[in-house]
Ligand binder design. Structure first.
Ligand SMILES: C[S@@+](CC[C@H](N)C(=O)[O-])C[C@H]1O[C@@H](n2cnc3c(N)ncnc32)[C@H](O)[C@@H]1O
Length: 374
């Protein structure tokens, strides 16, 4: 077949572009790059800002994870909320490529030929859960490793293949979160809880709040049965307990009072949000769903703020700051300001004052004279 430089569907034309990336890390001396099979007209205009610096020396190493193949492990104790790594894609491919069958092999082969050799070598080392006969090699690698990236300039969905982040295996209880930033064209991986040296670092491939059977069905797309501790349970009773906890967390907003409606509603008891948030955190701990804990900690901090309980407010607000400083600095700063001056929180102690006023009114002597006039 004659080689071509563009490939078309009924609605779109794709072209390969090579986007040079200047990294601010050790490899920056060499020009790195990303090859992208993207809609024609899309320019490599994507790298405006410098990404955060990858910790040096690295926080992780890649080693055997037994039956899961290779995996990513903590090189040292990593505190909750810390930046583990920053990674840039070596390739970007359209996600819904199934209808493009006729030219897929040619386009993917052309893509791999455009990747600079050092990056190509890293890409080809990644896991591939498809045979090279059934799919072009880059497509197999993309289906095994890529995750959705917003290019911010088109509706088309794309997947990015990341040489480091791709080494993280899936776990249905999470110890990290990843955040894609189109402006810096990078993903940052943060710890969601304290991770001990030597512990495996995981990523999340699917919706982990689904019951185990549904999670297994979703993971069939990656062609493996999850071997994580939250799936590999001893009996049906343990599975039912885990499924029930996840279902409870999934429906939490619809079944429990959250902070906002409670804060100024004096008909509700003062501890209702505190009690329910503590229960939610217990479920989060049980299931290892660390990524869900911040909103409950935030509710706890604010509930104690509205009650004017400075000691407990500090306990929870400090946790929010710790967990958010890397991946959600805006939220962390807001809580840091309140920690510096709790009274600057506009509802500081409001419920307690209100409760006292209400109690006072209840105990007031009647202001009408009901004595019998004789
Ligand atoms: C993105 S790769 C992860 C890194 C991979 N283990 C490697 O050797 O490079 C995804 C593949 O790793 C394996 N894997 C990931 N998480 C797993 C898990 N929880 N249980 C079993 N296998 C897993 C599966 O073979 C899956 O297709």
């Amino acid at each position: 077949m004659a080689s071509t430089t563009t490939w078309s569907t009924t609605t779109k034309t794709f072209r390969i572009i090579n986007a040079p990336i200047s990294n601010d890390d050790e490899r920056s001396q060499n020009l790195s790059g990303c090859s992208m099979l993207v809609e024609d007209g899309l320019l490599p205009m994507l790298f405006r800002d410098e990404p955060p610096r990858t910790p040096d020396p690295p926080n992780f190493y890649v080693a055997s994870a037994g039956n899961k193949g290779a995996g990513m492990f903590a090189a040292r104790d990593i505190p909750a909320g810390a930046l583990i790594l920053v990674d840039r894609p070596v390739a970007i491919v359209p996600s819904n490529i199934e209808p493009l069958l006729s030219w897929k092999r040619e386009a993917f082969d052309a893509l791999i030929a455009r990747i600079i050799p050092s990056e190509r070598e890293r890409l080809l080392q990644l896991a591939n859960c498809h045979s090279v006969e059934s799919r072009p090699i880059v497509e197999g690698i993309a289906l095994t490793n890529a995750f959705g990236v917003e290019l911010g300039v088109t509706e088309q969905e794309y997947g990015g293949i990341f040489p480091s982040v791709s080494r993280a295996n899936h776990c249905c209880g999470l110890n990290t979160a990843i955040k894609w930033d189109p402006a810096t064209f990078s993903v940052s991986m943060y710890s969601l809880c304290d991770v001990q040296a030597g512990e495996e670092i995981y990523n999340q491939y699917i919706d982990v709040l689904a019951p185990r059977a549904e999670r297994r069905a979703q993971l069939a797309r990656y062609d493996f049965i999850c071997l994580c501790q939250h799936c590999d349970l001893p009996d049906d009773e343990a599975v039912a307990k885990s499924d029930a906890a996840r279902a409870e967390l999934r429906d939490w907003r619809n079944t429990h009072t959250r902070f906002e409606p409670w804060a100024e509603d004096m008909c509700r008891s003062d501890d209702v949000v505190i009690e329910s948030s503590l229960r939610a955190l217990e479920l989060v701990r049980q299931e290892g769903l660390w990524g869900m804990q911040v909103p409950f900690m935030e509710d706890l901090a604010l509930s104690y703020a509205v009650l004017g309980d400075e000691e407990q407010f500090r306990v929870w607000a400090e946790k929010v700051v710790e967990l958010c400083s890397g991946q959600d600095p805006k939220r962390a700063n807001k809580f840091a300001q309140w920690l510096a001056d709790p009274a600057s929180y506009r509802r500081w102690g409001w419920r307690t004052k209100q409760r006292k006023l209400l109690d006072k009114q209840k105990n007031l002597p009647p202001d009408i004279d009901i004595s019998i006039p004789w």
